[in-house]
Write a protein of this length. Structure first.
Length: 269
């Protein structure tokens, strides 16, 4: 009897240890299993600028019903789903205005951010209006910023996400190259400018990917899915300059969201 009791106690102790390590206690879900919500953060590439069909309550942020977060949520029905991505958002804006819905119930987070911090809009304005020399100078300044300041800015955002949503799987998506080189465009920017802009996008992605990896996040590289569909291609998934709708210029179309971003995000989840 005594040996039986000892054996029983040892068995109970071992079971308790296993349950503590694996979270497999009877009737109790692990934190990751209980976290079913999805929060979509970020800038215009996540809010869906350029895709049209903007949601009426998000006039300033231009959140589109055709943006990849909405398309993914329709297909997978996360509960709850919060869409706080906003046109023009920088890392500072994400920290100040977008993290409210994050909690222990958040199981999935997506984000694109860094382009606004690096001065993407200003670079494109310079390249369109001021010529090659000024364009290349602005791109060089953006490169310098990406090296000196952007990693710290991204770290602040990624750390805040981890603290507020500790159970979440975080997918950080990058940016597509804007131009198809040696493409169909007969005017506009020079090939030198287009190539330099693409190189700037590549450098931005490399910085973002490194910081995401250091935080244990998944990086979704969209450059392959957009390959052959840049501006100056036969079937572009990105909008060129439009002086009647400047905000939508240099952003993914609805097809760019559904066939460029959505598959990468889906694979990363």
């Amino acid at each position: 009897m005594r040996l039986s009791r000892i054996a029983a106690c040892v068995s109970s102790l071992l079971l308790a240890v296993v349950c503590a390590v694996t979270g497999a206690t009877t009737g109790q879900a692990s934190p990751r299993e209980a976290a079913t919500g999805y929060v979509a953060l970020g800038d215009s590439y996540s809010s869906g600028v350029g895709a049209g069909s903007y949601i009426g309550s998000s006039v300033d942020c231009l959140r589109s019903s055709r943006a990849y977060p909405v398309l993914w949520a329709r297909a997978h029905s996360p509960s709850p789903f919060s869409f706080t991505a906003c046109n023009g958002a920088s890392t500072r804006d994400v920290l100040a205005r977008q993290l409210g819905p994050l909690s222990s119930r958040t199981g999935l987070v997506s984000i694109t951010v860094g382009g606004s911090d690096a001065g993407f809009a200003d670079v494109m304005t310079t390249c369109v209006l001021r010529g090659t020399r000024a364009c290349l100078s602005d791109i060089a300044q953006a490169h310098s910023y990406m090296e000196r300041k952007l990693p710290h800015d991204l770290d602040r955002v990624y750390t805040a996400i981890s603290r507020k949503a500790p159970a979440a799987h975080v997918v950080v998506l990058g940016y597509p190259r804007l131009y198809q080189l040696d493409g169909t465009c007969s005017g506009g920017l020079s090939e030198t400018e287009r190539s330099a802009i693409n190189d700037g996008v590549d450098h931005l992605n490399s910085v973002i990917e490194k910081r995401a990896a250091d935080h244990g996040f998944t990086f979704g590289d969209v450059r392959a899915t957009f390959s052959g569909h840049g501006i100056c291609s036969h079937r572009p998934w990105l909008r060129s300059i439009n002086f009647l709708a400047l905000t939508e210029s240099y952003h993914p179309t609805a097809t760019g969201q559904s066939r460029g971003y959505l598959p990468v995000f889906t694979d990363a989840t």
